[in-house]
Ligand binder design. Sequence first.
Ligand code: T3D
Length: 263
Amino acid sequence: MAFTAIRVSADEGVLTITLARPERLNAFTSVMHAELREALSAAETDTDVRCVVLTGQGRAFSAGQDLTEDRMRGPDGQFDFGGRLEQDYNPLVERLYAFPKVTIAALNGPTVGASANIALACDIAVAARSAYLQEAFAKIALVPDAGGTWSLPRIVGAKRALALMLTADQIGADELYRMGLVYKVFDDAAFAGEVAALAKRFANGPAMTYRLIKEAARASERNDLKAQLALEANLQRKAGASEDASEGVTAFREKRAPRYKGR
Ligand code: T3D
């Protein structure tokens, strides 16, 4: 499939997916969703891909749903705003949460509406200093979607999450960092290089162990301590039996960098 709304490039284990409708600030359309589904499916099964970076072309990460796209209609012929979520956004968010490889949302600029919550569904979000995030929904009298009402309270706490959603304020990168919504902020000029370096670290790392770490972190959202301790023991058994764990210890003893194979 030749992509028209995204661009995909692979480099030494890192797959970069760039939302590519810069004239509309990379706003999401059903075509973009379909292309993203295809790119993520391929990345999931391609053993050469060990880290996925999601970013935007031009001055924005993405302005959320394309508000000029034809609205979906339900069986009664009335506009159905939930339909698009069920068809496109919800599966994307669930897929990102469960994605078996490390995902990085690289916020190069405005990250607005559903796109903000898609970014939060990635494992790590990093931002250029000029970027901002905006739960813009209430400005157009809509409810935050794409998992925002679930993820935001868990990341920033209930009160702050409500404030972000009710005010629909634009939150700058340094404030995003203080709130824990992004892991790091890089100066704009250094942003692309820093993102590439971070992604490369994951591409060269122990892929199977990363998968297990993600499994543990996700499970902690529903587990009590006892269940989580049991899960950790189970996952540690798997990680400890991997070729990468032997290599990690051997490399430490031999005072050299480990060469991980992802198994
Ligand atoms: O099914 C459903 O519809 C429900 C699902 C909802 C999910 C959501 O994501 S709801 C939230 C949707 N997004 C927004 O409400 C954001 C709308 N955009 C803005 O508020 C502003 O564009 C920004 C604050 C993001 C950036 O402002 P600024 O001044 O830097 O840029 P701009 O001039 O407004 O935008 C540049 C162009 O992009 C402009 O086109 P033009 O006038 O040059 O031809 C603008 O119309 C276009 N654009 C920006 N955002 C969208 C968009 N076009 C379509 N959809 C957009 N979301």
